[in-house]
Design a protein around this ligand. Structure first.
Ligand code: XBP
Ligand code: MG
Length: 281
């Protein structure tokens, strides 16, 4: 098989014809904030306890359960393993919905009391992108009310105006790793995937974004550090702050100490160049 080795000039020429970066689409849990271990997990456990159930998800068990995206789906999965009779009752859907609603209310309360901070560099990058006129969106599996609580706690009055399109929870039937939530967001933004860049933290996240054709930056966290991020534009520890630099872990290297708009544009252009030179495209 003949392999095409792109040179710097062919990459530049190909990228020149590709769409420029117009929008950044953010994942939420694990990307904007480390919400899973000390947010969602605690809320699930409190909801179980308040409902008189003896389920308690440890940090380790919850890490395994994250392979099932979506809170309702996660509860259903666990019930199928541990207490399948619960799912055989005629009102099992209503039971599950009520339990998840309780969990979501507890999560919002946890977020409102300020126990969950944005990850390093998130507020800095979002403000830079917004100020520069880059369009912002969200594509998440999380329930809309939980997301809104996090955004208001993190961005105050600005929360509603920062993100032009928010795709969350049950607006699509098939959650990540299916690409549906990205397709939903792209349709509403009226943008081709190649004009966007996604920021995700997990394998289900990169699978969803990549299947929709959106180039993806990965910021790892404790739950996702060992996952396979093949195909990512770049993999970094976090978005970084000037006084607390991020580190490159794979893909395109990080040039400075932080992920900023110039860095995102550079990665996006390089991705466009290699896509157009790939014999598969
Ligand atoms: C992460 C998820 C969510 C949360 C729980 O979503 O899979 O299910 O764990 O949220 P993402 P809900 O990384 O796409 O933000 O209970 O509200 O579903
Ligand atoms: Mg995530």
């Amino acid at each position: 098989m003949t392999s095409i080795q792109p040179t710097a000039s062919t990459v530049t020429a190909a990228a020149a014809a590709a769409p420029a970066l117009q929008a950044v689409i953010f994942d939420v849990d694990g990307t904007l904030a480390d919400t899973e271990r000390d947010g969602h997990r605690l809320a699930f456990n409190q909801a179980f306890a308040r409902s008189g159930m003896d389920w308690e998800w440890s940090v380790g068990t919850y890490g395994e359960l994250l392979a099932v995206t979506g809170g309702k789906e996660r509860i259903r999965h666990f019930a199928a393993l541990r207490a399948p009779e619960l799912l055989k009752q005629p009102d099992s859907d209503a039971w599950l919905a009520a339990l998840h609603q309780l969990k979501s209310d507890i999560y919002s309360e946890l977020v409102r009391t300020g126990t969950i901070a944005l990850r390093p560099g998130v507020a800095r990058l979002i403000r830079e992108l917004h100020g520069a006129g880059v369009r912002l969106a969200i594509a998440t599996t999380t329930t809309r009310s939980s997301l809104d609580s996090l955004l208001v706690a993190s961005f105050g009055d600005q929360a509603r105006s920062l993100f032009e399109v928010i795709g969350a929870g049950d607006v699509v039937a098939d959650k990540k790793p299916a690409p549906d939530i990205y397709h939903w967001v792209l349709r509403r933004m009226r943008l081709p995937p190649a004009a966007c860049l996604a920021i995700e933290d997990s394998r289900p996240g990169i699978l969803a974004a990549s299947a929709a054709g959106v180039p993806t930056l990965i910021t790892i966290n404790a739950y996702t550090a060992d996952q396979d991020f093949g195909g990512a534009l770049s993999v970094v520890t976090d978005l970084g702050e000037p006084a607390a630099p991020a580190r490159s872990l794979g893909g395109q290297p990080l040039n400075g100490s932080c992920v900023d708009l110039a860095q995102l544009r550079d990665w996006h252009t390089k991705a466009a160049g290699s896509r157009r030179l790939s014999p598969a495209n």
